[in-house]
Write a protein that binds this ligand. Structure first.
Ligand code: F2R
Ligand code: MG
Ligand code: MG
Ligand code: MG
Length: 391
C-alpha cells in the first residue's frame, strides 16, 4: 500500500545516508592528505575495492565517531552530552590508530578524567580558548539528522551540541550544523520531482543566515568568536600544484571578496559561491579547491561536500558511471585534500537522497562497518518515526 511504500523509501534513505557515509570514509581514506590525484588513479582504486573478496577496507576516525554519535542517541533515546563524550573517549582509547585529528585527542584524555565537572570544558580550552575549527564535528553528524528527522530546530540544536563536545570554535560547530541541515534537506526532497540545486542552496542559505546572524550579533564577548579572522588565515591549505596561474589567483581573490562582503558569515559566503558554480556550464576542480576549499577546516570542507552532491546530480565527463551516488563519492575524493572527510560528508547527503539501493553492493561488502551502519540507521528510523520494523 501507499503508506507502506512511503515508509519503505524513507527507511532506505536512512540506510543510504549512514552506509554511503561509511563508504566515503573507507574509500576516501586511501587518498587523504596526499596531492590531489588524477581521476584515473581514483577510478583504479575503486575498481580494486570492488574486487576485494572478503578483505575489508578500513574506516577511520570519521566513522568511529559517527558510530558513537549513533549509538549514544539510540541507547539514551536522545542527546546526552556526557554519554556521547564518554563514548568518543572510550572508543579512542580502544582503537587509537584510526587517524584522529592532531589535537582532539587532548580532549579525549580530559574527558576520561573522573572529576570532570563540565563535559564542554576540555573543548572550550582547545587552542588557547579559541576552540577547534577542524571538521571533526561535521564529519560525524549525519546520525543527528536522522534522529531529529521530524524537527529542523532539533537538527540544528543537537548538531551544535554534539559538535561542541570537541569543537568549540563557531566555525567548527556551524560546519556541523550546515552538514546536518544538508542531510536533513536531502532526506526531505520529494524524489518524484527533479531536485532544483539552486533552491537547495537557497534553503540552506536562508537557514545559515539565521545561524551565522545570531552569532555575529549578540555573542561578541564569547570565546569562540574572538580571533576568528586570525584563525581563518592559518587554515588555508597550501596549493599542492605549486605555481599558480593568473587565473587561479583571480579565482582566489573572488572568493576572498565574497567573504569580505559577508563579514562574520563565512558559510553564507561559501554558499553564495556554490550557487555561482552551479549556474556555470563548467567548473574546474581547481576552482572548487580555491574557492570552496578541500582541507581539514570545517569551513573548507563542508561546502565542498555539499557541492559534490549537487554537482554530481548530472553526469561528470571524466567519471564514467550512471550511478549518481557513486559519482558523488568519486568526485568528492577527486577534489583531493581531506578526501575521507569530504567524501563521508558528501556520501551522507547523497545517501539520504538516493537511498541504500544506490550504494554499490561491492562497496557494502568491502567497507568495514557498512552493515553496522544499516543497523544503526534502522534503529534511528524507529526512534525518529515511532515505527517498528518487522523482519
Ligand atoms: N587527522 C586526520 N588526518 C591526518 C592523519 C591521517 C592518518 N594518520 C593517516 O593517514 O593514517 N584526519 C582526521 O582529522 C580530521 C578531523 O579532525 P578534528 O576532529 O577536527 O581534530 P582537531 O584536532 O580538533 O583539528 C584538526 C587540526 O586542525 C588544526 N586546528 C583546529 N583548530 C585550530 C585552531 N583554532 N587554531 C589552529 N589550528 C587549529 C590543528 O592542526 C588540528 O590538529 C578529519 O580529516 C579526519 O579524517
Ligand atoms: Mg591514511
Ligand atoms: Mg578520517
Ligand atoms: Mg579526513
Amino acid at each position: 500500500t501507499e503508506m507502506a511504500s512511503v515508509a519503505h523509501v524513507l527507511r532506505s534513505r536512512f540506510r543510504g545516508c549512514l552506509a554511503a557515509a561509511v563508504a566515503g570514509d573507507c574509500i576516501g581514506a586511501e587518498f587523504e592528505e596526499g596531492r590531489s590525484r588524477p581521476i584515473d588513479k581514483i577510478l583504479a582504486y575503486v575498481d580494486h575495492v570492488n574486487k576485494q573478496r572478503g578483505r575489508e577496507v578500513a574506516f577511520t576516525d570519521d566513522t568511529a565517531m559517527a558510530r558513537s554519535v549513533a549509538s549514544s542517541l539510540i541507547q539514551c533515546k536522545g542527546f546526552d552530552a556526557r554519554d556521547m563524550a564518554t563514548r568518543f573517549a572510550k572508543e579512542y582509547k580502544r582503537e587509537s590508530g584510526r587517524g584522529y585529528g592532531g589535537n582532539v585527542i587532548t580532549v579525549f584524555y580530559r574527558l576520561l578524567e573522573e572529576d570532570l565537572q563540565d563535559v564542554f570544558e576540555p573543548s572550550r580550552q582547545q587552542f588557547d580558548g579559541r576552540g577547534s575549527w577542524g571538521n571533526g564535528g561535521a564529519m560525524r553528524v549525519a546520525p543527528v539528522a536522522l534522529y531529529a528527522y521530524g524537527d529542523v530546530e532539533k537538527v540544528k540544536d543537537i548538531a551544535k551540541q554534539t559538535a561542541m563536545i570537541t569543537h568549540f570554535n563557531r566555525e567548527g560547530y556551524n560546519g556541523a550544523i550546515l552538514e546536518a541541515l544538508a542531510v536533513h534537506l536531502a532526506l526531505k526532497q520529494n524524489k518524484d520531482e527533479d531536485l532544483n540545486v539552486i533552491k537547495f542552496v537557497d534553503t540552506l542559505l536562508e537557514k545559515m543566515r539565521i545561524v551565522e546572524g545570531d552569532e555575529a550579533g549578540g555573542s561578541q564577548s564569547e570565546g569562540p568568536n574572538i580571533g576568528q579572522s586570525e584563525d581563518s588565515k592559518t587554515g588555508q591549505s597550501e596549493d599542492p600544484e605549486g605555481d599558480q596561474s593568473e587565473e587561479e589567483k583571480g579565482s582566489k581573490e573572488a572568493a576572498a571578496s565574497k567573504e569580505a562582503s559577508l563579514p562574520n558569515q563565512p558559510y553564507c559566503a561559501k554558499l553564495e559561491i556554490m550557487k555561482e558554480f552551479l549556474q556555470k556550464e563548467n567548473v574546474s576542480r581547481q576552482d572548487v579547491r580555491d574557492q570552496l576549499g578541500n582541507d581539514i577546516k570545517a569551513l573548507n570542507s563542508v561546502p565542498a561536500a555539499i557541492f559534490s552532491f549537487l554537482h554530481c546530480m548530472r553526469s561528470v565527463d571524466d567519471i564514467p558511471t550512471d550511478n549518481a551516488l557513486e559519482r558523488t563519492i568519486i568526485y568528492a575524493i577527486s577534489l583531493g585534500g581531506d578526501t575521507d572527510t569530504i567524501a563521508t560528508m558528501a556520501g551522507a547527503i547523497a545517501g539520504a537522497y538516493y537511498g541504500i539501493e544506490y550504494v554499490p553492493p561491492p562497496w557494502m561488502k568491502a567497507c568495514e562497518g557498512a552493515n553496522d551502519a544499516v543497523r544503526f540507521a534502522d534503529q534511528l528510523y524507529c526512534l525518529a518515526t515511532g515505527e517498528t520494523i518487522e523482519k
